[in-house]
Each structure stands twice: as C-alpha cells, then as structure tokens.
Design a protein around this ligand. Structure first.
Ligand SMILES: Cc1cc2nc3c(=O)[nH]c(=O)nc-3n(C[C@H](O)[C@H](O)[C@H](O)COP(=O)(O)O)c2cc1C
Length: 308
C-alpha cells in the first residue's frame, strides 16, 4: 500500500501484506471479532493463538508476571482444540481482509501434519508451526531443538498442506542457524524468530516461584537484542523470508529488525502493555523514517545492515 508516497507493502512466502506488521501468536484471544479489531488497528496480517489437536485448559493462575523489561508467561497453550477452532475460523475468514496465519503445535510429525492439513483446507493463508514454546512438555522447543525432528515435521507438513509454511523457532538452542537450515531443507517457506525464552521469577516473601508452572517464557524488550541477533544470523544462512519477533515496542525497533533481515515483524507484548494503537504508531513512524531517510519502498531496507 502506498501511503504518503512510500510503499510499505511486502510479500512473505507468497502472501501479500499491505504493511510488514503482524499480530504475534497468543497475545489476543482467538475470536474473529478481536482479530478484526487488529485489522482495523492497521496490522498487515494476524496470527492466531497456537491451536492443538485436543482442547487444552492451560495452567492454573498465576500464568503471567509483569516484569520491568517484559512479561513472563506460562499460559500452557490454552485453546479449544482444532475441531471447535475450525468453526471460529470460518467466521474469521468471512470477516478478515488481511491474511490469516494459523499457529499450530503437536508432539509428532504426524500430529503437525494432521493439523496442517485440516487447517489448510479450512482456508488459512499460512500455517505457523510453533516449534518453540518454552513451557509445555512434549511440544514446542522440546521438539524444535532437534534439527532432524524439525526437518521431519516440516517435511510431513509440506506433504499434507498446500499453504505457505512458516516455522517459528526458539533462541534456546546452541545454533538457531542449524535449526533454521533444517526447517528450510524440510521445505519451510519462511522462518519466524523468536518465541519467548524460558525464565522464572520468585516471590521473595512467599519464597516460592510466582508462576504456577514455576517456569515460563520471557517476552518484551528484554529479549529484543537476542531476537535481532537471531534474525541477523538467519538472514546470512537461509534464502526464505524471515519474520522478526521479540520486544518490538515502537517503529525504531521494527526498523532495526528489518535492517537485520526481517521482511516482516510480529508484535506481541507491546499490545499487552500498551494497546492496539501500537500498529498505527509503528506504521506512521516507518513512513516518517522512510521519507526522512529517502527510501521509497520498505523492501529497500531489508537486510541492509549486513556488511561484508
Ligand atoms: C501471553 C503470551 C502468550 C503467548 N502465546 C503464544 C502462543 O500461543 N504461540 C506462540 O507461538 N507464541 C506465543 N507467545 C510468544 C509470542 O508470539 C512472541 O513470540 C514472543 O512473546 C516475543 O514477542 P514479543 O516480545 O513482541 O511479545 C506468547 C507470548 C505471550 C506474552
């Protein structure tokens, strides 16, 4: 979309986005109405909360702790299960004009493929494989830190689905590049980096961990430099688009990720600690920056921080 003479549109794995700003998975509910509000707020695409095969009630309270530089959460991937979700998805597809990315998680390559198949048929514009949740057993980072497993999951999903497959990775691995390459070898159409980082907080008067699950995932500004580093490293190693996520609070953060090599960025915690106006503010900031710095298209900025 050309706005005030600059073009913010990008293409990610075949999806045309009016701007590079995407709602990150899990931050707002999964009701069609909420996602429509995100569209109206200015996002270029939305990602749903992670959906699993069976319903999950999540952990007991407390599931979230607000820290000085971010949020610590251990929700436990609460979701209504894929069968119920498919009903909601029909409504989402009717209401939304921007691409709908559906996040899924399973424990085995077959389970990921099963979910990807039915969600692709139901009309998702892309599937995001959550291979990186740091606080739920037998899924997420537990399967996403083994390159062979990542390759198998993506390969099976590609056979089962005709939609673009985005693979969401964790920074909690010795080499995100190795995992990213395994995902691309398996057929990934894009990489999303990064999910939250396993962390904890202790109540000094109760003298106990605050989260009911003890451990959770850290998000927000605290993890931004780690996420920027991951995007930068991946950009030098893979030839698929990268979606950067982790601690984006303002337009300057978004520019930093794009210069590191992100084609688009996801915004999560900023919405929880601020509100949906963040999309409009980031978009306006990007436009101002491009006019002042003499860029016509946001695509000209992707990866240009790389020096030989
Ligand atoms: C409350 C909460 C719930 C989340 N739920 C999910 C989820 O269901 N699936 C997923 O892939 N990531 C989930 N995430 C991770 C975010 O999508 C994102 O990768 C991470 O928070 C870093 O970005 P941010 O700093 O902009 O929030 C969740 C994050 C938070 C804070």
């Amino acid at each position: 979309m050309v706005d005030q003479g600059v073009d913010l549109s990008v293409e990610v794995a075949g999806m045309k986005l009016r701007n590079p700003l995407i709602l990150a998975s899990g931050i707002l509910g999964i009701t069609p109405g909420t996602l429509k509000r995100v569209e109206r707020a200015g996002a270029g695409a939305v990602t749903t909360k992670t959906i699993t095969k069976e319903k999950k009630s999540g952990y007991g309270n407390p599931v979230i702790v607000e820290l000085e530089y971010g949020l610590l959460n251990a929700m436990g991937l609460p979701n209504p299960g894929v069968k119920y979700f498919l009903e909601e998805m029909k409504e989402m597809k009717k209401m939304l004009e921007i691409p709908l990315i559906v996040s899924i998680a399973g424990s085995t390559p077959d389970e990921y493929a099963y979910l990807a198949k039915i969600i692709s048929h139901a009309g998702a514009d892309a599937i995001e494989l959550n291979l990186s949740c740091p606080h739920v057993e037998k899924t997420g980072v537990e399967v996403g830190s083994d390159p062979d497993m990542v390759y198998d999951i993506v390969k099976n999903v590609k056979i089962a689905s005709n939609k673009p497959i985005l693979v969401k990775l964790s920074a909690m691995t010795p080499s995100i590049v190795e995992i990213g390459k395994a995902a691309v070898d398996g057929g990934a159409d894009g990489i999303v980096a990064i999910n939250t980082i396993r962390a904890m907080a202790i109540d000094i008067y109760a003298r106990r961990p605050i989260l009911s699950n003890k451990f959770g995932g850290l998000s927000g500004p605290a993890i931004k430099p780690i996420a920027v580093r991951c995007v930068y490293e991946l950009y030098e190693a893979v030839r698929v688009p990268i979606i950067g996520v982790g601690g984006i609070l303002n337009w300057q953060d978004a520019v930093e990720f794009i210069l590191a090599g992100a084609t688009a960025v996801e915004v999560g915690t900023a919405i929880a600690i601020r509100d949906l106006n963040i999309f409009r503010e980031i978009k306006e900031g990007l436009i101002r920056y491009m006019i002042e710095e003499g860029f016509n298209s946001i695509k000209e900025l992707i990866g240009i921080a790389h020096v030989n």
